[in-house]
Structures are given as C-alpha cells and as structure tokens.
Design a protein around this ligand. Sequence first.
Ligand code: LMR
Length: 397
Amino acid sequence: MFNSLEPIKADPILGLLALYREDTSTQKMDLGIGIYKDESGETPVMSAVKRAEAIILDSQKSKSYVAPTGSASFNSAIAELLLGKEINDSLGRRRATIQAPGGCGGLRLSAEFIKQANSNATIWVSDPTWANHIPLMKNAGLKFATYPYYDHASHSVKFEEMISCLRTIPEGDVVLLHGCCHNPCGADLTQSQWHEVNEAALTCGFTVLIDLAYQGLGDGLEEDVFGVRLLAKTLPELIVVSSCSKNFGLYRERVGAMTLITDHPGKTEIATSVIAASARAMYSMPPDHGAEVVQLILNTPELRNDWSAELMEMRNRINGLRIKLVEHINASDINEDYSFIQEEKGMFSFLGIDVPQVQTLVKKHSVYLVDSSRINVAGISNANIEHFVSSLNAVIA
Ligand code: LMR
C-alpha cells in the first residue's frame, strides 16, 4: 500500500535549516528559522528555565497523566501573562485557557474548534502571513482568504486597505491577527489601528483569532499585548493562541496555549468540553515538562524576575541589532533606504529582494534566508554583520 506515495517537498523554513546545517562554509549565516540567537550564535537555555528544571527534577513525585486541557496552574499563569490580572479577573469564567503542544498545537486546536462551531467559516489571514498558518489550519477543513496587510513598496502596513477589507467580513468568519512582531514582515499595528480593528469586529461581528508567538520580544511584555488586552476587554468572543517557544526559549518542549473568551461562562464551559474532546482525539494530552517549567517561573517571584530580565536582554539585543544593521548599510555602498528595519519589531523583516537574489545570497554567500526575503535579525552578530552587508551589496548592485 505504500507504493503509491509521492514525496512532499520540505516546508520552506525547515528545509532551509536542513541546507544550512549541511553547509561547511565558515562564513555561513542562518537568518532563516525564527530562533533567538545570542552574540555567539547560540540559542541558550534561559537561566530561569535551567533553575526551574533543577527544581522539578528534584521535587517531581509522579509522571502520571495530567489532562487533555493540560496543567491548571500553567493555564491560569498564561492567562494572566496575556491578559494582566485585572482583565483576567473581570472576565472570570468567561475565559478558559487550554494548554497545547506549542503555538502550532494551539492553532490546530483552534482550527478544529472553529470548524465545529461553524463548518462554513472562512479564516482571513494577513497578506503575507506566517508560511505555516494555512498548512497547519487547513487540515481541519477550513476555507481561507487574505486581507491586505504589508505594502512592500513603502515597507509599512497598508492599513486603509486592510480595514476596508475587514469591514466587509461577516459574522461567522474569523480574522487571524498577529498579536505583535508580525511574522514575516515585522510591521505591527499602532494602538489607534488596533482600536479601529476592534470597532470593525464589534460592528461586523466576525470572530478574532490572535496568534501571539513573540510576547516580550517587541517593545515589552505589557506593551506587546496592547491589542490582545483591548480586544479581550471589549469583544464578546476572542481566541488567543500563545507560544512559549520564543519568550521562554522552550522551542523543542512544545509549550503553548489556546485562550478562549465567550460572552457567557456557560458557553465557555461548553466550548472547553469541545476543545478538550478535540485534544483527546488528536493527541490525548499535551507534553508536561515545558509547561511545568513555565508555570514554576511565572509563579515564583525570583525566577520570574530572572526570566523577564533575560527576556529584556534578548529584546534589547534584537532592537540594537536593527539599529546597527541600518548603520552598517548606510555606511556601505548600498544606496537603498533600509531605515524601515529599525522601525519594525521582533525577529523578522523583509529585505525586499527577489527570489533569484535570495538564491544568490544562499548559494554564493552562505547567507540563509527564505525566498520571501524574510530575515531573522537575531541571526546577525558583530562577527558576521560585515559579511551580511557586503553580500547584500553584491546581490543588489
Ligand atoms: C518561523 O517562522 O521561522 C518560526 O515560527 C519557526 C517555524 O516553525 O516556522
């Protein structure tokens, strides 16, 4: 029966990582996959994570099953991290949080849930959006459409086009927004634009799904959830999928969550039973270790301070690199204006070059980036910034 299978091309982001690992050049640079790197090019285990792991190793008494919805203490700690105590308290049992196997697991769980709530729903994603959004969610059987988002010419959000499109989206459809640090373009909504999106959702009645994969890596833990909190306060329904891959550096542990708000505690209870049944049918229950680490950090003041200080260092490094990169480009022979890179947030920005130019960067200069020209700014360091800028200059000259 296996003879009929055809090979499937590797996912563009993971396929690039495999190519990078095979490259033997001493100058190779990985600006592909969205992983934080320090100045030496490493993705270290955060110090609070190491300390929490030591505590768990010493004190954990059992490895028995938890539940399809995961750990209750993780779920409430994550809800408070996203929403803040005041909003979380005021939502009460209108809010439920369900632990998931990473942000990807949370997105897939959301897609299954949306399909059950309205099998005709269309999910509206930004143009462009993260390369895995549609592959992840379409397997639940949903339809997709795009709303305008990034203007490659002006390197900014084309908000008038975006909001005009959102105002046509009916009740029963879902709009997927990036909570902060837009992947792949790094261009985020301003606070007043979030207000307009909120108004459109209230007026048109569409449901909002926020993908929040980078809380703390843009402007700060509180600043990055401005939109999430605004919508959580005002909309009758909201889904937020969050990930601990980047802000806790727990990538391979698969730690994420789906937070759901409805307009009535009874509806939230029903919805939670539907989501728990989907989890049970797909993977039974999420992995425990990373979630236990996160809940211990968030619930232990000393560990939490250590974690948020290290996260601030990571954020400052990325924002500093953005400024440094623009300075180096300005000091080079490149005549194009790349100042937008220092305005953008999080790990990603587009270089705005075409696929053959990207391919030349990869094949001739060992600078690895995806075909869209998205770079992971965190892959740049003092040691490789000159190689990057001279390679870019060579391909655009
Ligand atoms: C990325 O966009 O590179 C990250 O979110 C990692 C991934 O799984 O694609």
